[in-house]
Design a protein around this ligand. Sequence first.
Ligand SMILES: O=C(O)CCC(=O)C(=O)O
Length: 278
Amino acid sequence: MTEQSNWEHYLLNDDDVADFIIKGYLILDTGSGQEVNRSILERLNSLDSNPGDKIIEAAPQLSEIYDHPRVRGALSSLLGHDYSMNEHRHCHRNPSGSRSQIWHQDSLDISSLHPRHDKHVHQLLMMYYPQDVNKLNGPTALIPGTHLLSNQARDRTASQGNFKYQVIAEVPAGHVLILHYDIWHAGTANSSGNIRYMIKFLFDRVSESTIPSWKHDPSKSFGITTKLDAQPTMGLQRSLGDRIRINRREMWNNLSGSRVAIEDYYDRFTGAWPTVPT
Ligand SMILES: O=C(O)CCC(=O)C(=O)O
């Protein structure tokens, strides 16, 4: 079997999916060769203007990224094996001297057309970086977990500067970020002297799950429920912790196509006394 047709080998496992639910993002090394990244970069540098949604026609080698079996494995795990690519995509050219963006969500909050989904994964953004990204050249910043409260406190979040638990995605060339569409994020300032490119793709769920679309082990259900409940809410809106936990479980159930997250009451406070965080 060629690597290209071997995407099922790269399906996520239960812990990967639980981690995605908790954080709202996944960083993936596509394993695309450096010659592919270099050649895409050269092509982007040669473009006179922004091709908008037509970026694939302008740089056809991008198919080696979005069709890569590792990417297909991750997207199939989170959106179902019949997911499709949305016609919207964008090449973000972040020139040196740029300033940071404000925190934002890309998903439009239009309930009839495009409601937000704090209990499911309907759409995924994928950000591909054809060059190394470091602190200086404008990495993308993320606030983990914010997709689970996607309709909360919008004005307040947008007007913030740094968050204690924000993640600055410094990644080598050829990596992608796979993001829940509702996660809060921002491009940051580029002071490197070089352009930083990021190509954004959007993928859609086509059908509801009837069974888990990843490498699922049913014997792990209790452990996964405990993990979804126990992971701290990373500093954001701690008073909404119960709501976050419920949304995590609901997301797991919706992705699984059944009510597998244990929903019976169990005493999660029994055991070791709480400790003071360091
Ligand atoms: O350039 C980036 O790193 C992020 C861009 C972005 O989030 C946007 O424009 O929506």
